[in-house]
Design a protein around this ligand. Structure first.
Ligand code: ADP
Length: 725
């Protein structure tokens, strides 16, 4: 063992200090726990400045330690102007760039006025961490202990920096990791969100699909139900014309079971043999060219049932819109009934047209809203309007007689407003100048449409006029007939005053021939002669009035008085028939406006009928009551009540019919004429059986019939519905 030479006290102190400094340097890493390179460098530089009395210390770190290169410079204050660390670094740059392992541990350089010793200490094994530059204005710098301290410091710093680098790397890695974790987490969250969205969407799609599937199933079930319950035959075929579906209606119509026909050729099943070839050709033509002569159209053709019977069908074929080889649906309807009904309809239309033609009735409809008018054939004929003409009221108006045009227009206006049923008589003036009478009756249907009929009543009108004339002739005949019956009583009536005249005249002569002549008596008998003469003349006058064929005269008349005159005329006839006549003529009977002679004819007829009805009655008194009385509603009533044979209830409706009679000598026109006379006076004539035997015939007429003129009682009237009824 080598013995160290004894050391001087100064040296010992120096060593002690050096050891202390070494210990301080070795303790530094404990302070660098944070791993911050700048802290490492600051503490190291502070320590070295303090320990080594340096004038300048500079550390330059490469970016291998931190994010960016770092350079820290410290200089002693006591020293004068020093070159800046930067300048020193720039000066040393060349060396520093070069391989650090070749750096000289010690450089001497002249800077400024004095010598400066510079020590470069690489940091890291190869100086890869950077370099420490320590400078002092001492020639002896660095001494041995200083060099030791510097190299220990550089080592410590290298370790510290390595640690810091590692730590920083770790931190960076950790931070990067954190960042990547955060980023990944965010990405995952986003992906998760996306996934969730996708899942939601998928769920929605699945739900929708499920719903669609259910809907599809439902629609399939519905379609199947429709096909099954359809009234039409539904048959589907594939591209070869083979049956793929045959619904129950088809089974029922054609008489095949579904399973019998599935897979068979349509043509062989439902098409009559005579048409099969044509069908096959048509089908083949479509498959080859795509040209369809039947698709989408309604056709009528003949089909055949399983039992071979042929029948008409209506057919519609559609192509099923599916990809792949074409397939078709055929809808068939048995139209046997429809054809029959159509023929029936055509037949009944023809009947109707014929009936309209024969009855001269045309029908029409009029839609009020649109003025759409529809006419039957016959109506065009009646109005002599061309079948193709556009019907308007204006055009129709050209056929209306100018005198009736205003009535026609007024009726149209009223119908539009009131929408009530219409009855109207009109005259037409046709292009050929002919005048026609038409009766229009229309009924409103549903409040918006008139349905009606127009009847050409020209002929009826003429025959009515003829009838009316015949009626008046008949009335005359009836009167003349009555004349025959009454001849005896008339003769008696006239005979009485005549014999009175003769007797009185003889008496008068006798009285004048007496001596002295009885002048007073003669005067009296002469007066009686005159009275009887007047009576005979009156009878003749009344008879002439009653039986003369003179024009009717409307006048104010006393019905009681007229009745009394008739009674006077009929009295002898009644007496001959042993009829007991009772009169109840009301005192307060109002005056009536009427044709006196016509009313007297009615009364005479009633009296005569009553008398005849009692001519076979022998078991009871032949009582006849004639009564006049005021009737309600300003009318007067006259009734003739007998105790005769009466009539059977079933005859009640016929009594007033012309030519109805139960008498051998009867003509059956008396009551018919009487009723028409009373009706012309706007009154009513009726018969009712008595409680006891016999009948009461009565008439009631208004005292002042509105608008009654001589013409009314004579001329024919426009026929009304009540007439027809
Ligand atoms: P005619 O007297 O010529 O038969 P009428 O028209 O006057 O014609 O009468 C028609 C018929 O009405 C009579 O035939 C008779 O059957 C019936 N008839 C008329 N008046 C009476 C009456 N008072 N009692 C019963 N039947 C009557």
């Amino acid at each position: 063992m080598e013995v160290l030479p004894e050391l001087a006290t100064g040296d010992v102190k120096h060593l002690q200090r050096c050891i202390n400094d070494l210990v301080s340097l070795l303790a530094l890493p404990a302070v660098w726990s944070g791993g911050d390179p700048s802290q490492v460098l600051h503490t190291l530089m502070d320590a070295l400045m303090r320990m080594l009395r340096l004038d300048l210390i500079s550390v330059r770190l490469t970016n291998s330690v931190g994010e960016t290169p770092l350079e820290i410079v410290r200089s002693a204050e006591r020293r004068g102007p020093m070159p800046s660390a930067h300048e020193i670094c720039e000066a040393l740059n060349q060396c520093l760039i070069n391989d650090s392992r070749k750096w000289p541990p010690l450089l001497r350089s002249l800077m400024g006025n004095g010598d400066v010793s510079i020590v470069l200490l690489p940091l890291g094994l190869q100086g890869e961490l950077g370099v420490i530059v320590a400078a002092a204005e001492r020639a002896d710098f660095p001494q041995q202990t200083e060099a030791l301290l510097l190299s220990v410091a550089a080592n410590q710093a290298s370790i510290g920096l390595q640690e810091a680098r590692l730590l920083s790397h770790q931190k960076r890695v950790a931070s990067e990791l954190d960042q990547r974790v955060v980023q990944r987490t965010a990405e995952l969250a986003a992906a998760n969100q996306e996934l969730k969205k996708e899942l939601d969407e998928r769920r929605l799609i699945e739900e929708k699909l499920g719903q669609e599937e259910r809907e599809l199933k439902r629609s399939e079930v519905r379609k199947a139900a429709i096909v099954d319950s359809a009234l039409d035959c539904i048959v589907t075929i594939d591209h070869e014309g083979r049956i793929t579906e045959f619904n129950p209606a088809a089974e029922h119509t054609f008489g095949y079971r579904r399973d019998e026909v599935l897979g068979r050729h349509l043509a062989d099943v439902i098409i009559p043999p005579s048409l099969r070839e044509k069908h096959r050709e048509g089908f083949a033509h479509y498959l080859a060219t795509g040209e369809a002569r039947v698709l989408g159209k309604r056709l009528e053709m003949t089909a055949v049932r399983a039992n071979g019977s042929e029948f008409p069908v209506e057919l519609a074929i559609t192509r099923i819109p599916l990809e792949g080889p074409p397939s078709f649906t055929g809808y068939l309807r048995d139209i046997t009934e429809r054809k029959r009904a159509r023929q029936e309809l055509l037949r009944s239309e023809a009947f109707l047209a014929e009936a309209q033609h024969l009855s001269r009735i045309g029908s029409f409809s009029w839609r009020i809203q649109t003025d759409e008018i529809t006419w039957s054939e016959q109506l065009y004929r009646i109005f002599q309007i061309d079948r193709d003409a556009q019907l308007t009221f204006e055009l129709i108006g050209t056929r209306i007689h100018p005198e009736d045009l205003s009535i026609f227009q007024e009726h149209i206006g009223r119908s539009r407003r009131e929408r009530s049923d219409v009855q109207i008589e009109l005259r037409l003036q046709l292009p050929d100048g002919a005048v026609k009478y038409v009766h229009v009756a229309a009924h409103i249907r549903g409040g918006h449409e008139y349905i009606g009929a127009v009847q050409d009543v020209t002929e009826r009108r003429s025959s009515e006029e003829a009838l009316s004339k015949a009626r008046s002739e008949l009335a005359h005949v009836a009167r003349v007939t009555s004349l025959g019956v009454l001849t005896a009583s008339v003769a008696h009536e006239v005979n009485q005053p005549l014999s009175g005249i003769v007797t009185n005249a003889s008496t008068c002569l006798r009285m004048l021939a007496a001596d002295p002549p009885n002048v007073d008596g003669a005067r009296e008998t002469a007066r009686r002669t005159i009275r009887d003469g007047n009576r005979a003349s009156e009878v003749v006058t009344r008879l002439r009035a009653l039986y003369a064929k003179k024009d009717p005269t409307i006048e104010s008349m006393d019905l009681n008085e007229a009745t009394r005159e008739v009674i006077a005329l009929s009295l002898s006839d009644l007496q001959r028939n042993r009829v007991t006549l009772r009169q109840e003529l009301a005192d307060d009977l109002p005056v009536v406006t009427a044709d006196r002679v016509q009313l007297q004819q009615v009364i005479l007829n009633l009296l005569r009928n009553a008398s005849e009805a009692m001519s076979v009655v022998d078991d009871r008194p032949r009582d006849l009551l004639i009564r006049t009385e005021p009737d309600e509603n300003d009318r007067v009533r006259l009734s003739v009540r007998d105790a005769g044979i009466g009539f059977e209830p079933q005859a009640a409706g016929k009594l007033f019919e012309a030519f109805y009679t139960t008498k051998n000598e009867g003509m059956g026109i008396g009551l018919s004429v009487s009723r028409s006379i009373i009706e012309r006076h706007h009154g009513r004539l009726w018969a009712s059986p008595n409680d006891g035997p016999g009948v009461t015939f009565s008439f009631s007429i208004p005292c002042k019939p509105e608008g009654l003129t001589s013409d009314d009682t004579h001329a024919s009237r426009i026929p009304s519905v009540s007439d027809a009824a």
